[in-house]
Design a protein around this ligand. Structure first.
Ligand SMILES: [Zn+2]
Length: 130
């Protein structure tokens, strides 16, 4: 009886056997899948961390960093979640801008261009005050 991949139940020869996180026994295909997902999540989280630092920096400069804080306690979860949601929206907008830019080359329909203009409008200026 051969060894089976825990994920896809395919037979795995001892030379091909892989362990994800030293405990999940899997075939090379499932291992690669798990590794690639791990790498993707890691990159996404790193990007979020960089963006959050930048957001905190800009918020400080613009005098917008403000929430109820008890110095003796952890920052409340809802503040953290709200910040993450804002970052995801920023990331979403950024992607839409990139998509709009990319699709401009392929389809020059009025829908694509008006979307791009709207997004550019929402992204720039606006909040600047003398
Ligand atoms: Zn497998």
């Amino acid at each position: 009886m051969g060894l089976e991949c825990m994920n896809c139940q395919k037979d795995v020869s001892p030379t091909d056997a892989k362990f994800f996180m030293n405990s999940a026994f899997c075939c090379p295909t499932c291992f690669l899948m798990a590794e690639r997902l791990h790498d993707r999540i890691k990159r996404t989280l790193n990007a979020l961390l960089l963006m959050s630092d930048e957001k905190i920096r800009v918020d400080l400069i613009e005098g917008k960093l403000n929430f109820q804080m008890d110095p003796d306690q952890e920052i409340p979860k809802d503040v953290v979640l709200k910040a993450i949601v804002q970052l995801q929206e920023m990331e979403h907008d950024r992607r839409n801008r990139i998509d709009a830019r990319d699709s401009k080359d392929q389809s020059q329909g009025p829908r694509a261009s008006s979307k791009g203009v709207r997004l550019l409008g929402s992204g720039g200026g606006g909040s600047e005050q003398p």
